[in-house]
Design a protein around this ligand. Structure first.
Ligand code: FNR
Length: 350
């Protein structure tokens, strides 16, 4: 448990100031252009950005994706960002609850209901951690924080770069099947920056998974974070794979085609602006997810700093709707968009 807590704080330090993102246009969101509408015939206030998520209604189609918990510092991050989610009608996820399964004292840092009584709240656990603790253990984690849903994270790339990480990735779908039985529509399966592609998405949906976060390449790279901590062979192999993954734009567009409209899709991984969020919604996401930009704003300036960063994102998202002439998310998804560059190649193949 000591080791888990130490690792978590090392991760936070690296993410706060380290070089944890790939260089250049890795999300491939730059290969997407939305089309300007010179006569929007809309008022800014009338644009309806609301959407359903985990049985609740969001005012904005945004999720602050799971990052942290387990230490005092992590508790402050969770409460600051959950408070913003509550204030603006977004969804919020805590980071991996492994720390609180190992040490009950760590539970406090995951408790956000006092500041965020109504947000759609996601718990979080790794796929193979879920195997070790069993379905009842996972249910206890969700209940302990009053979560509306449980995020199950996939992170094979990170594990392989982590000295103490997992090496055996068999039996994953079997666990998912058990968790679907326990959680139903409250289960969300997510990647952590390498992306879920259409084949995996289809198989998960066939097993009954109703919510996916594709969490693609282009933002925080956990291979990169672990590579910065690793030594020897793992450091070198990690460096080689630090740009590995399915770009977020390719993941969301291909997964939406593969699964149809019954599945709630979150797109995260490298979204940095409201316009990025509008683009993933245009490509088929129900909800846009962000982690690093809000974490960094919080680390630099507390709740106020994060609030300022969020205000820019929300204004830009709204502006993208108005300037495409879209009165709602469904409306934006019917508008034309231009897809070029490498994204076109990805979508011709996936
Ligand atoms: C993460 N992410 C993450 N995901 C998860 O499922 N469990 C976790 O514990 C964490 N921890 C975590 C910590 C920090 C500091 C960051 C920045 C991210 C991954 C996160 O939810 C998301 O999928 C990716 O980070 C991609 O989004 P961004 O960061 O590029 O916006």
């Amino acid at each position: 448990e000591e080791a888990t807590a130490k690792r978590k704080d090392a991760h936070l330090d690296l993410c706060a100031t380290g070089d944890v993102e790939p260089l250049g246009n890795s999300t491939l969101l730059e290969d997407v252009r939305l089309v300007h509408c010179a006569m929007p015939e809309l008022s800014v206030d009338e644009v309806d950005l609301s959407t359903e998520f985990l049985g609740k209604t969001l005012r904005y189609p945004l999720l602050i994706t799971g990052m942290t918990g387990g230490t005092e510092r992590a508790g402050v991050v969770n409460r600051d960002l959950a408070l913003l989610a509550e204030r603006h009608g977004l969804a919020f996820g805590v980071g991996s609850q492994r720390a609180m399964a190992e040490n009950p004292q760590a539970a406090e840092s995951f408790q956000v209901r006092r500041v965020a009584p109504t947000v759609p709240l996601l718990g979080n656990i790794g796929l193979y951690q879920a195997v070790r603790m069993g379905v009842d253990g996972v249910r206890r984690l969700a209940d302990a924080i009053g979560a509306d849903g449980m995020a199950l994270h996939l992170n094979a790339g990170q594990e392989l770069t982590q000295p103490e990480g997992d090496r055996d990735f068999r039996g994953g779908y079997q666990i998912v099947e058990q968790l679907v039985r326990a959680f139903g529509a409250r289960l969300l399966v997510k990647e952590t920056g390498c992306g879920i592609g259409p084949d995996v998405a289809r198989r998960l949906v066939e097993l009954g998974v109703r919510n996916l976060d594709v969490s693609g390449l282009g933002g925080t790279s956990w291979v990169r974070v672990e590579q910065l901590r690793a030594e020897g062979v793992q450091a070198q192999v990690g460096a080689e794979f630090s740009n590995w993954g399915i770009p977020t734009a390719a993941a969301i567009a291909s997964v939406r085609r593969a699964v149809g409209s019954g599945t709630r899709l979150v797109a995260s991984g490298g979204l940095r602006t409201g316009l990025d969020a509008a683009k993933v919604i245009a490509l088929g996401a129900d909800v846009a997810g962000m982690a690093l930009p809000l974490f960094r704003a919080q680390q630099a300036g507390g709740v106020e700093g994060a609030e300022k960063a969020l205000a820019v994102i929300l204004a830009s998202l709204r502006q993208a709707f108005v300037l495409t002439g879209s009165a709602s998310c469904a409306d934006l998804q019917r508008k034309p968009r231009i897809i070029g560059g490498q994204l076109k190649d990805w979508l011709a193949t996936l």
